[in-house]
Design a protein around this ligand. Structure first.
Ligand code: NAG
Ligand code: NAG
Ligand code: NAG
Length: 361
């Protein structure tokens, strides 16, 4: 698919900088987000009225009439919508058309740039942008990335840092032996990880598996690996991301019967790991932000109960029943939503339930 890369602007917006790129070739939300990911960004996000005006003006001058935003709505009001960049719901600022019908019209969100829907310019509307068949559901879009300061000779320039690969350095391999616990060696707080739930090795160093969604695994530090070096180019330009709490009420650790569970997280049979709890019916509606698929990693299974995974269209994408013991396994969803049901069945063994980690991929 030919993506038309038209402009690159650097717009200073209220305390933060971001770069945006406009793509005129219409795409469905999922593919648009993947194209943004390929340039280390997300679909454009809008957090205040000044941004909304600036983005509207840029889109308008590029000749766009309707444009996708990096916002996805799982519920029937703004608190069920989430920005693709992980910054939460558009509660403090949004510009939805007052008559907007969230779940009735669709889950994607577009900005009306030139009045196409008979709305005021700059208003937001729910649309069915998810259906890869219907061409009407494709829109031009804008990606945003962190600011990138040109630096001569820097091949891998991202978010204020220049990265150098071990191949560039001359094929040396770093033989680690530095990590005693999981601490970043530059002192950065360990506040995020992307560990492969089905990796049970015990080494003290971590590697990223580029052939498995970039998941991290523990390895022996004596293993020689390719590596990336990271060097700062700019003083703090990256906007600090606000953390936010996943929506919904506090559930028990099983997250049983959650109607909107934002992953990453985990699910299990009710009562797990207390194996004296009798098996109980549970269902889960899992959602991932933006373009992400989900990996559902079952790291424990000792039950005869029936577990079924459905994608967002209700298609059965995995059914597990009748085998008491299963070695750890994974299922992947085609898009960013899934429903799981767990129906108790009694068997000859004591039912001990299951546990799974769910990650956005
Ligand atoms: C808004 O949506 C959330 C999430 O879907 C739901 O829990 C809540 O009840 C809704 N609020 C109203 C006023 O409809
Ligand atoms: C929105 O959804 C919630 C549950 O998800 C429901 O309780 C509420 O009545 C709905 N509101 C409207 C206006 O449809
Ligand atoms: C989950 O919901 C189902 C049906 O609504 C109910 O029968 C079941 O007891 C609930 N499970 C738990 C653990 O509350």
């Amino acid at each position: 698919m030919r993506a038309l890369l038209l402009f690159t602007f650097l717009i200073p917006i209220s305390f933060s900088l971001k770069c945006v790129k406009i793509f005129l070739t219409p795409e469905v939300h999922f593919h648009a987000e993947n194209n943004c990911r390929a340039i280390s960004g997300t679909l454009v996000t809008i957090k205040n009225a000044i941004d909304n005006r600036a983005i509207l003006n840029l889109a308008s001058s590029a000749g766009i009439s309707t444009m996708s935003l990096g916002l996805y709505c799982f519920g029937n009001n703004t608190s069920g919508c989430f920005w693709d960049d992980g910054s939460g719901s558009p509660i403090s600022y949004n510009n939805f058309q007052t008559s907007n019908q969230f779940d009735k019209t669709g889950r994607g969100v577009v900005m009306s740039v030139s009045n196409t829907f008979g709305t005021n310019q700059g208003k937001w509307l729910s649309v069915n942008c998810y259906d890869g068949v219907n061409t009407f559901s494709s829109y031009p879009y804008m990606c945003e990335t962190p600011p990138t300061q040109p630096m001569s000779g820097c091949k891998h320039n991202y978010n204020g840092y220049c990265y150098t690969t071990s191949k560039q350095i001359g094929n040396q391999k770093y033989d680690g032996n530095f990590a005693k616990t999981f601490n970043w060696i530059d002192g950065t707080t360990w506040d995020f990880h992307y560990m492969n739930p089905l990796n049970f090795q015990k080494g003290k160093c971590l590697v990223m598996d580029l052939e498995n969604y970039g998941l991290w695994s523990q390895v022996d530090c004596d293993q020689k690996m390719e590596f990336l070096c990271k060097r700062k180019i700019l003083a703090d330009t990256a906007p600090t991301k606000k953390s936010y709490e996943a929506p919904g009420i506090l559930l028990d650790a099983s997250n049983c019967n959650s109607t909107l569970y934002l992953v990453p997280g985990s699910i299990s049979s009710y009562g797990y790991p207390d194996f004296t709890t009798p098996p109980t019916y549970c269902s889960w509606r899992l959602v991932a932000l933006g373009p992400y698929r989900m990996g559902i990693y079952f790291d424990f299974w000792a039950t005869y109960s029936a577990l079924t995974i459905y994608d967002e269209y209700g298609t059965d994408i995995g059914q597990f029943v009748g085998t008491y013991n299963r070695t750890p396994f994974a299922r992947y969803t085609p898009f960013n939503m899934a429903t799981i049901t767990f129906r108790p069945k009694s068997g000859p063994n004591v039912d001990r339930g299951f546990h799974a980690v769910v990650l956005p991929l």
